[in-house]
Design a protein around this ligand. Structure first.
Ligand code: F6R
Length: 366
């Protein structure tokens, strides 16, 4: 049932090339230069006239929502707010007629997200769901939506659900950006071509599994860990930290790299591993100076870099190379080594990777 893998989580990490492909199959028609998504096409007026998009979700799905904030604002120029579903409902939120609410949920059963949807609907909002489980409560409760088609995710730690949620949301942002004239047809086509290359780039990235295992062995006894990233990689840093804490029980925090100097830098000494995502396009020079600040305080640096990087290699204790891609798709690649790192650390610590203590696959209590 685990297809030769020791755990569902490892199997699901390795399924990502196919899962991403299944997500865009039939939607991304690269040779025709179009993105076809029935539920978006049928409601195109609502999306194009949206004053803003409000995203509601929890946990890893909330992190996918944060990536989507960058995607929709950057590519489609639609203002986005990302809300923890649990906070949204208790804040007496302001929902306007032309707001589009997007609810993201792997299980489609998360009680807080479901309650946020009901509230948004009661105030007249159009609610779009991005779910994995077909026929789930959230899929039924939303006005319409798009499934991620990632296949069953059994491991409690969400992996392929996250990358496929980002894939769906990227397709939506690209489509709307193109229709709004924010993305020229030629740039649009470049994005479509690049998306078709993502599965093979993820595949290539999975080959460095044993390299990551070696790094995991060095840091498995850490008690704390920081994850830093900027721009599109900031939500990836949050997600990396969540993956580590939930399955290995190591305290980890994700931060926007530049925020470090406003507090967390006080934590850095020779016992503190810091995972920095420093890919070429996302504010690279700025991240390099953040890296230097960490090194000069003797922090242990694990850097995720773009293949061929030379500058960060000089400074970091360990580097993990990822293939180059367009900046908006970076999270689809930079997430993978972080999933593997937390997986191996958790296994080495003897943790129950697929069923971490105190957690359930779907949280049906508010
Ligand atoms: C993290 C994790 C949780 C879920 C969260 C939302 O690995 O599994 O944080 O992401 O409970 O669940 P869904 O997406 O099912 O609404």
């Amino acid at each position: 049932e685990k297809g030769g893998f020791k755990h569902f989580m490892l199997k699901e990490i390795h399924e990502q090339p196919h899962a991403i492909q299944d997500t865009y199959r039939g939607r991304l028609l690269a040779s025709k230069g179009i993105i076809k998504m029935g539920s978006v096409d049928n409601n195109i007026g609502k999306f194009l006239n949206a004053n803003r998009i409000i995203i509601v979700a929890c946990g890893t799905s909330w992190h996918a929502g944060l990536v989507a904030e960058y995607l929709f604002e950057d590519l489609a120029r639609i203002p986005v707010e990302v809300e923890y579903a649990s906070e949204f409902r208790y804040r007496n939120p302001i929902i306007n007629k032309n707001d589009v609410v997007i609810a993201i949920s792997q299980s489609g059963e998360t009680a807080d997200t479901l309650a946020a949807i009901k509230l948004a609907k009661s105030q007249g909002a159009f609610v779009f769901g991005v779910c994995n489980v077909v026929g789930s409560s959230i899929a039924r409760e939303t006005d319409t939506g798009a499934y991620t088609h990632a296949g069953p995710e059994i491991g409690v730690a969400s992996t392929k659900a996250f990358t496929t949620q980002i894939t769906v949301l990227a397709l939506m942002a690209l489509k709307l950006g193109n229709l709004k004239g924010e993305i020229s047809n030629s740039r649009f086509n470049t994005f479509l071509q690049e998306m078709t290359l993502i599965p093979s780039k993820v595949e290539e990235l999975l080959k460095i599994n044993s390299e990551i295992e070696k790094i995991a062995a060095i840091y498995k006894d850490a008690t704390n860990c920081l994850y830093l990233g900027r721009g599109y990689n900031f939500p990836v840093a949050l997600e990396g930290a969540l993956k580590l804490k939930e399955i290995s029980y190591i305290h980890a925090e994700g931060y926007p790299a530049a925020e470090m100097k406003h507090g967390p830098i006080a934590l850095i000494d020779e016992h503190m591993p810091v995972v920095v995502i420093a890919t070429k396009k996302g504010h690279y020079d700025k991240v390099v100076s953040n890296i230097q600040e960490i090194k000069s305080r003797n922090g242990k640096l694990i850097a995720i870099v773009t293949k061929g990087d030379t500058i960060v290699k000089e400074i970091a204790d360990h580097v993990i190379e990822i293939p180059e891609t367009v900046e908006p798709f970076t999270p689809l690649l930079s997430t993978i080594p972080l999933q593997l790192l937390s997986y191996h650390i958790a296994v080495m610590r003897g943790c129950n990777v697929d069923q971490p203590r105190n957690l359930a696959k779907s949280v049906t209590v508010e």
